[in-house]
Design a protein around this ligand. Sequence first.
Ligand code: SAM
Length: 208
Amino acid sequence: MEQGTTVSEEIVRESYSTRFDEYVELFGSTASAHPSDRELVGTWTDTLTGPVLDAGCGPGQWTSFMAGRGAVVNGIDVVPEFVEHARRQYPGLTFDVGSFEALRTAAASLGGVLSWYSLIHHSPEDIQIPLAEFARVIRPGGGLLVGFFEGSTRGPFDHAVATGYRWPVAELGAELADAGFEVIETHTRTGGGYRPHGAITARRLRAG
Ligand SMILES: C[S@@+](CC[C@H](N)C(=O)[O-])C[C@H]1O[C@@H](n2cnc3c(N)ncnc32)[C@H](O)[C@@H]1O
């Protein structure tokens, strides 16, 4: 099985900084997202109680979308250009520059974490690092929604920005279970000229 190495935060920062304008143009609005993604993120948000973190928020479009559903939501991203853009676009919301691998968020204090395509540069070897941090900050019963590139085997591929990793839904689900989550729903979508898409919603189990 192909493995590979997690893209370092430094490379993530440099790579997205270089292609910042292009990324915002292509993905900076939820209006251009697939309708089923808007439906999923929206209905999932409605199930949450308590503050929500958009982990790896990029331009902040999903942060704003969740706020529009009534959630109290912050965004965090390791790329300063994204955070500056999000602050300009959505001045009523809070965005921080930082890593979701080491959040300055109290344990069990969040109702949910959205990780929409933000784990795609983590190799299977390292995926537990951010998942453990999500498990730490989400309260028992709180939600996690992960969007990702789906594939029949896990492994790296050439993503336009930096090496990406695809996952079979069952294998990423097993990683979530190892991190202390119960998988609630899985979604896949293929076609339309896009790479296969996957999404998993999960609930934080009580520790121990
Ligand atoms: C494919 S983009 C997705 C951005 C946004 N969620 C969206 O749907 O447009 C991946 C994002 O994850 C962020 N990211 C990757 N690793 C991160 C880390 N350790 N901490 C914070 N952000 C990270 C990147 O900077 C980038 O903005």
